[in-house]
Ligand binder design. Structure first.
Ligand SMILES: [Zn+2]
Length: 342
Protein backbone atom coordinates (compact mmCIF):
# COMPACT_ATOMS: atom_id res chain seq x y z
CA UNK A 1 0.00 0.00 0.00
CA UNK A 2 2.76 2.49 0.98
CA UNK A 3 4.67 1.49 -2.08
CA UNK A 4 1.63 2.28 -4.20
CA UNK A 5 1.23 5.71 -2.64
CA UNK A 6 4.88 6.47 -3.36
CA UNK A 7 4.43 5.47 -6.98
CA UNK A 8 1.39 7.67 -7.19
CA UNK A 9 3.31 10.60 -5.80
CA UNK A 10 6.05 10.18 -8.40
CA UNK A 11 3.52 10.12 -11.21
CA UNK A 12 1.75 13.17 -9.79
CA UNK A 13 5.03 15.09 -9.84
CA UNK A 14 5.71 13.92 -13.36
CA UNK A 15 2.33 15.14 -14.53
CA UNK A 16 2.66 18.54 -12.92
CA UNK A 17 6.29 19.00 -13.89
CA UNK A 18 6.17 17.93 -17.54
CA UNK A 19 5.91 20.50 -20.30
CA UNK A 20 3.95 19.08 -23.21
CA UNK A 21 4.01 20.80 -26.53
CA UNK A 22 2.81 19.55 -29.88
CA UNK A 23 0.27 16.95 -30.94
CA UNK A 24 2.78 14.08 -30.83
CA UNK A 25 3.83 14.79 -27.24
CA UNK A 26 0.17 15.12 -26.23
CA UNK A 27 -0.62 11.78 -27.80
CA UNK A 28 2.37 10.11 -26.11
CA UNK A 29 1.15 11.53 -22.79
CA UNK A 30 -2.37 10.21 -23.40
CA UNK A 31 -1.11 6.71 -24.16
CA UNK A 32 1.24 6.68 -21.15
CA UNK A 33 -1.31 7.85 -18.57
CA UNK A 34 -4.84 7.41 -20.01
CA UNK A 35 -4.47 4.62 -22.58
CA UNK A 36 -6.06 1.19 -22.21
CA UNK A 37 -2.74 -0.13 -20.80
CA UNK A 38 -1.84 3.23 -19.26
CA UNK A 39 -0.78 4.13 -15.74
CA UNK A 40 -4.24 5.15 -14.51
CA UNK A 41 -5.75 1.85 -15.59
CA UNK A 42 -2.89 -0.10 -13.99
CA UNK A 43 -3.28 1.73 -10.70
CA UNK A 44 -6.99 0.94 -10.61
CA UNK A 45 -6.12 -2.70 -11.11
CA UNK A 46 -3.99 -2.50 -7.97
CA UNK A 47 -7.17 -1.86 -5.98
CA UNK A 48 -7.64 -5.60 -5.48
CA UNK A 49 -4.32 -5.79 -3.58
CA UNK A 50 -5.28 -2.99 -1.19
CA UNK A 51 -6.49 -4.11 2.26
CA UNK A 52 -10.24 -3.81 2.68
CA UNK A 53 -10.08 -1.17 5.41
CA UNK A 54 -8.02 1.18 3.22
CA UNK A 55 -9.87 0.66 -0.04
CA UNK A 56 -12.02 3.76 0.46
CA UNK A 57 -9.02 5.98 1.24
CA UNK A 58 -7.06 4.63 -1.71
CA UNK A 59 -10.03 4.92 -4.02
CA UNK A 60 -10.35 8.63 -3.28
CA UNK A 61 -6.66 9.25 -3.85
CA UNK A 62 -6.82 7.31 -7.08
CA UNK A 63 -9.81 9.28 -8.35
CA UNK A 64 -8.10 12.57 -7.64
CA UNK A 65 -5.04 11.32 -9.50
CA UNK A 66 -7.18 10.29 -12.45
CA UNK A 67 -8.78 13.73 -12.58
CA UNK A 68 -5.35 15.37 -12.48
CA UNK A 69 -4.13 13.20 -15.35
CA UNK A 70 -7.24 13.96 -17.41
CA UNK A 71 -7.26 17.68 -16.80
CA UNK A 72 -3.61 17.88 -17.86
CA UNK A 73 -4.52 16.12 -21.11
CA UNK A 74 -7.50 18.43 -21.66
CA UNK A 75 -5.10 21.38 -21.57
CA UNK A 76 -2.62 19.99 -24.04
CA UNK A 77 -4.63 17.82 -26.38
CA UNK A 78 -4.76 18.87 -30.03
CA UNK A 79 -7.36 21.62 -30.80
CA UNK A 80 -7.65 22.52 -27.14
CA UNK A 81 -5.84 25.78 -27.47
CA UNK A 82 -6.29 26.42 -31.15
CA UNK A 83 -7.90 29.84 -31.59
CA UNK A 84 -11.03 30.16 -33.72
CA UNK A 85 -9.88 31.36 -37.13
CA UNK A 86 -10.86 34.89 -37.96
CA UNK A 87 -11.26 36.40 -41.42
CA UNK A 88 -7.54 37.12 -41.75
CA UNK A 89 -6.57 33.54 -41.08
CA UNK A 90 -9.02 31.98 -43.53
CA UNK A 91 -7.55 30.27 -46.54
CA UNK A 92 -9.08 32.25 -49.35
CA UNK A 93 -7.38 30.08 -51.94
CA UNK A 94 -9.63 27.10 -51.11
CA UNK A 95 -12.23 26.39 -53.81
CA UNK A 96 -15.68 27.70 -52.90
CA UNK A 97 -19.06 26.00 -53.00
CA UNK A 98 -20.03 25.60 -56.67
CA UNK A 99 -22.78 27.88 -57.97
CA UNK A 100 -24.87 25.92 -60.41
CA UNK A 101 -25.75 27.96 -63.45
CA UNK A 102 -29.26 27.72 -64.82
CA UNK A 103 -30.24 27.41 -68.45
CA UNK A 104 -32.61 29.46 -70.53
CA UNK A 105 -36.08 28.00 -70.90
CA UNK A 106 -36.63 26.62 -74.43
CA UNK A 107 -39.54 29.03 -74.89
CA UNK A 108 -37.26 31.95 -74.01
CA UNK A 109 -34.60 30.67 -76.39
CA UNK A 110 -37.05 30.45 -79.30
CA UNK A 111 -38.80 33.73 -78.45
CA UNK A 112 -35.46 35.55 -78.33
CA UNK A 113 -34.51 34.02 -81.67
CA UNK A 114 -37.81 35.18 -83.24
CA UNK A 115 -37.29 38.70 -81.87
CA UNK A 116 -33.73 38.68 -83.19
CA UNK A 117 -34.70 37.57 -86.72
CA UNK A 118 -37.53 40.08 -87.09
CA UNK A 119 -35.39 42.73 -85.45
CA UNK A 120 -33.04 42.49 -88.41
CA UNK A 121 -35.99 43.27 -90.69
CA UNK A 122 -36.81 46.40 -88.69
CA UNK A 123 -39.55 44.99 -86.45
CA UNK A 124 -39.55 46.26 -82.88
CA UNK A 125 -41.06 44.47 -79.88
CA UNK A 126 -44.42 45.70 -78.53
CA UNK A 127 -45.98 44.53 -75.30
CA UNK A 128 -49.40 44.80 -73.71
CA UNK A 129 -51.34 43.69 -70.63
CA UNK A 130 -52.31 40.04 -70.13
CA UNK A 131 -55.63 41.13 -68.60
CA UNK A 132 -57.52 42.75 -71.46
CA UNK A 133 -60.85 44.39 -72.06
CA UNK A 134 -63.36 43.21 -74.65
CA UNK A 135 -62.56 46.02 -77.08
CA UNK A 136 -58.86 45.28 -77.48
CA UNK A 137 -59.20 41.50 -77.43
CA UNK A 138 -62.30 41.10 -79.63
CA UNK A 139 -64.31 44.04 -80.91
CA UNK A 140 -61.49 46.17 -82.32
CA UNK A 141 -60.12 43.09 -84.06
CA UNK A 142 -63.28 42.50 -86.03
CA UNK A 143 -64.22 39.41 -84.02
CA UNK A 144 -67.97 39.14 -84.44
CA UNK A 145 -70.34 38.95 -81.45
CA UNK A 146 -71.10 35.29 -82.06
CA UNK A 147 -67.49 34.23 -82.49
CA UNK A 148 -66.79 31.09 -80.44
CA UNK A 149 -63.73 32.67 -78.83
CA UNK A 150 -66.08 35.03 -77.04
CA UNK A 151 -67.75 32.12 -75.32
CA UNK A 152 -67.22 31.61 -71.61
CA UNK A 153 -66.23 28.05 -72.44
CA UNK A 154 -63.21 29.14 -74.41
CA UNK A 155 -62.02 32.24 -72.60
CA UNK A 156 -61.18 33.05 -68.99
CA UNK A 157 -63.38 35.99 -68.08
CA UNK A 158 -62.42 37.60 -64.81
CA UNK A 159 -65.06 40.36 -64.80
CA UNK A 160 -68.37 40.96 -66.52
CA UNK A 161 -69.80 44.37 -67.52
CA UNK A 162 -67.35 45.74 -68.29
CA UNK A 163 -65.77 42.56 -69.60
CA UNK A 164 -62.23 41.83 -68.55
CA UNK A 165 -60.55 38.64 -69.58
CA UNK A 166 -57.20 36.95 -69.90
CA UNK A 167 -56.14 37.76 -73.44
CA UNK A 168 -56.75 34.92 -75.88
CA UNK A 169 -54.12 36.13 -78.35
CA UNK A 170 -51.48 38.81 -78.63
CA UNK A 171 -53.51 40.54 -81.36
CA UNK A 172 -54.71 42.78 -78.54
CA UNK A 173 -51.23 44.27 -78.50
CA UNK A 174 -51.55 45.09 -82.20
CA UNK A 175 -54.79 46.88 -81.39
CA UNK A 176 -53.12 48.91 -78.66
CA UNK A 177 -50.25 49.89 -80.94
CA UNK A 178 -52.54 50.94 -83.83
CA UNK A 179 -54.53 53.00 -81.37
CA UNK A 180 -51.54 55.13 -80.46
CA UNK A 181 -49.20 54.94 -83.41
CA UNK A 182 -49.67 56.04 -87.02
CA UNK A 183 -48.07 54.12 -89.92
CA UNK A 184 -45.44 53.06 -90.62
CA UNK A 185 -45.94 50.36 -87.98
CA UNK A 186 -43.62 47.39 -87.85
CA UNK A 187 -43.93 45.38 -84.66
CA UNK A 188 -43.82 41.89 -83.24
CA UNK A 189 -45.67 41.05 -80.04
CA UNK A 190 -44.40 38.02 -78.16
CA UNK A 191 -46.34 37.12 -75.02
CA UNK A 192 -48.37 34.68 -73.00
CA UNK A 193 -52.01 34.04 -73.88
CA UNK A 194 -54.77 32.06 -72.17
CA UNK A 195 -57.50 29.73 -73.37
CA UNK A 196 -59.92 27.62 -71.40
CA UNK A 197 -58.60 24.29 -72.66
CA UNK A 198 -58.21 20.93 -70.99
CA UNK A 199 -54.51 20.37 -70.41
CA UNK A 200 -53.04 17.58 -72.52
CA UNK A 201 -49.94 16.87 -74.57
CA UNK A 202 -51.41 18.95 -77.42
CA UNK A 203 -53.34 21.70 -75.60
CA UNK A 204 -52.72 23.90 -72.60
CA UNK A 205 -54.59 26.67 -70.79
CA UNK A 206 -51.69 29.04 -71.42
CA UNK A 207 -49.11 29.26 -74.14
CA UNK A 208 -46.90 31.77 -75.88
CA UNK A 209 -47.72 33.56 -79.07
CA UNK A 210 -45.73 35.85 -81.26
CA UNK A 211 -47.66 38.01 -83.67
CA UNK A 212 -46.35 40.51 -86.16
CA UNK A 213 -47.85 43.53 -87.85
CA UNK A 214 -46.60 45.68 -90.70
CA UNK A 215 -48.69 48.64 -91.86
CA UNK A 216 -47.40 51.17 -94.37
CA UNK A 217 -48.05 52.44 -97.88
CA UNK A 218 -47.79 49.78 -100.60
CA UNK A 219 -47.39 46.76 -98.32
CA UNK A 220 -48.35 43.74 -100.39
CA UNK A 221 -48.86 40.00 -100.05
CA UNK A 222 -45.48 39.57 -101.72
CA UNK A 223 -43.91 41.40 -98.75
CA UNK A 224 -45.74 39.06 -96.41
CA UNK A 225 -44.46 35.97 -98.23
CA UNK A 226 -40.90 37.23 -98.45
CA UNK A 227 -40.79 38.27 -94.79
CA UNK A 228 -42.08 34.92 -93.56
CA UNK A 229 -39.84 33.00 -95.96
CA UNK A 230 -36.84 34.86 -94.58
CA UNK A 231 -38.00 34.06 -91.06
CA UNK A 232 -38.30 30.28 -91.53
CA UNK A 233 -35.00 30.08 -93.36
CA UNK A 234 -33.27 31.88 -90.50
CA UNK A 235 -35.07 29.76 -87.91
CA UNK A 236 -34.87 26.31 -89.52
CA UNK A 237 -32.23 26.52 -92.25
CA UNK A 238 -31.93 27.48 -95.89
CA UNK A 239 -33.36 24.25 -97.28
CA UNK A 240 -36.84 24.83 -95.81
CA UNK A 241 -39.64 25.46 -98.29
CA UNK A 242 -42.93 27.21 -97.59
CA UNK A 243 -46.44 26.96 -98.91
CA UNK A 244 -49.61 28.97 -98.24
CA UNK A 245 -53.12 27.60 -97.86
CA UNK A 246 -56.20 29.86 -97.95
CA UNK A 247 -57.76 30.29 -94.54
CA UNK A 248 -60.04 32.57 -92.54
CA UNK A 249 -59.27 34.99 -89.70
CA UNK A 250 -61.64 37.83 -88.79
CA UNK A 251 -58.87 40.44 -88.80
CA UNK A 252 -57.22 39.62 -92.13
CA UNK A 253 -58.39 39.40 -95.73
CA UNK A 254 -57.16 37.44 -97.59
CA UNK A 255 -55.93 35.02 -94.91
CA UNK A 256 -53.55 32.11 -95.24
CA UNK A 257 -52.03 29.37 -93.17
CA UNK A 258 -48.38 28.82 -93.85
CA UNK A 259 -46.75 25.39 -93.86
CA UNK A 260 -43.08 24.52 -94.00
CA UNK A 261 -41.57 21.44 -95.56
CA UNK A 262 -41.16 18.71 -92.95
CA UNK A 263 -37.86 19.05 -91.10
CA UNK A 264 -37.69 15.36 -90.32
CA UNK A 265 -38.22 13.77 -93.71
CA UNK A 266 -37.48 16.79 -95.90
CA UNK A 267 -40.84 16.43 -97.64
CA UNK A 268 -40.90 12.73 -98.49
CA UNK A 269 -43.44 11.91 -95.74
CA UNK A 270 -43.17 10.66 -92.16
CA UNK A 271 -45.21 10.40 -88.96
CA UNK A 272 -44.47 13.98 -87.89
CA UNK A 273 -45.94 15.46 -91.08
CA UNK A 274 -48.62 12.74 -91.28
CA UNK A 275 -47.07 11.69 -94.59
CA UNK A 276 -47.91 14.96 -96.31
CA UNK A 277 -44.36 16.35 -96.31
CA UNK A 278 -45.63 19.63 -94.79
CA UNK A 279 -46.20 20.91 -91.25
CA UNK A 280 -48.36 23.86 -90.26
CA UNK A 281 -46.46 26.66 -88.62
CA UNK A 282 -48.41 29.93 -88.58
CA UNK A 283 -51.41 31.97 -89.69
CA UNK A 284 -51.15 35.17 -91.68
CA UNK A 285 -52.95 37.57 -93.97
CA UNK A 286 -53.44 41.13 -95.17
CA UNK A 287 -54.90 43.37 -92.46
CA UNK A 288 -58.67 43.72 -92.92
CA UNK A 289 -59.55 47.29 -94.10
CA UNK A 290 -62.22 47.44 -91.40
CA UNK A 291 -59.61 46.91 -88.75
CA UNK A 292 -57.52 49.78 -90.08
CA UNK A 293 -60.64 51.96 -90.03
CA UNK A 294 -61.30 50.97 -86.40
CA UNK A 295 -58.06 52.72 -85.53
CA UNK A 296 -58.46 55.73 -87.81
CA UNK A 297 -55.98 54.50 -90.42
CA UNK A 298 -57.07 55.24 -93.99
CA UNK A 299 -57.36 51.85 -95.79
CA UNK A 300 -57.15 53.57 -99.18
CA UNK A 301 -53.71 54.90 -98.35
CA UNK A 302 -52.31 52.18 -96.14
CA UNK A 303 -52.20 48.40 -96.33
CA UNK A 304 -50.58 45.90 -94.04
CA UNK A 305 -49.97 42.31 -93.21
CA UNK A 306 -50.16 40.41 -89.96
CA UNK A 307 -49.10 36.98 -88.83
CA UNK A 308 -49.19 34.94 -85.66
CA UNK A 309 -47.41 31.85 -84.47
CA UNK A 310 -47.27 29.70 -81.37
CA UNK A 311 -43.82 29.81 -79.85
CA UNK A 312 -44.34 26.32 -78.39
CA UNK A 313 -45.04 25.08 -81.92
CA UNK A 314 -41.79 26.52 -83.27
CA UNK A 315 -40.02 25.03 -80.27
CA UNK A 316 -41.64 21.67 -80.94
CA UNK A 317 -40.40 21.66 -84.52
CA UNK A 318 -36.95 22.97 -83.65
CA UNK A 319 -36.24 20.73 -80.65
CA UNK A 320 -38.69 17.85 -81.29
CA UNK A 321 -40.65 18.42 -78.08
CA UNK A 322 -43.93 16.60 -78.45
CA UNK A 323 -45.67 17.34 -75.12
CA UNK A 324 -46.84 20.88 -74.31
CA UNK A 325 -46.94 20.11 -70.60
CA UNK A 326 -43.16 19.76 -70.43
CA UNK A 327 -42.76 23.51 -70.84
CA UNK A 328 -44.41 24.31 -67.53
CA UNK A 329 -43.58 21.31 -65.35
CA UNK A 330 -40.28 22.72 -64.10
CA UNK A 331 -38.61 19.36 -64.56
CA UNK A 332 -34.87 19.98 -64.40
CA UNK A 333 -34.15 16.84 -66.43
CA UNK A 334 -36.02 18.48 -69.30
CA UNK A 335 -34.79 22.04 -68.78
CA UNK A 336 -31.11 21.09 -68.46
CA UNK A 337 -31.12 19.67 -71.97
CA UNK A 338 -31.12 23.23 -73.30
CA UNK A 339 -27.86 24.18 -71.66
CA UNK A 340 -26.07 24.71 -74.98
CA UNK A 341 -29.09 25.59 -77.14
CA UNK A 342 -29.12 28.99 -78.76
ZN1 LIG B 1 -42.18 14.40 -92.50
Amino acid sequence: MEELLEKLDTYRKEIIGTEISGADAAEAYRIRFLGTKGIVKNLFQEMKNVPAERKKEFGQILNEFKQLAESKYDEVKPNAQRPTPNANQMDWSLPGDPISIGTRHPISIVRNRIVQIFGRLGFSVAEGPEIEDDWHNFTALNLPEDHPARDMQDTFYIHKNPDWLLRTHTSSVQARVMEKQKPPIRIICPGRVYRNETISARAHCFFTQCEGLYVDENVSFADLKQTLYFFVQEMFGKSVKIRFRPSYFPFTEPSAEMDISCLICGGSGCNVCKHTGWVEILGSGMVHPKMLQNFGIDPNKYTGFAFGMGVERICQLKYRINDLRLYSQNDLRFLKQFVSAT
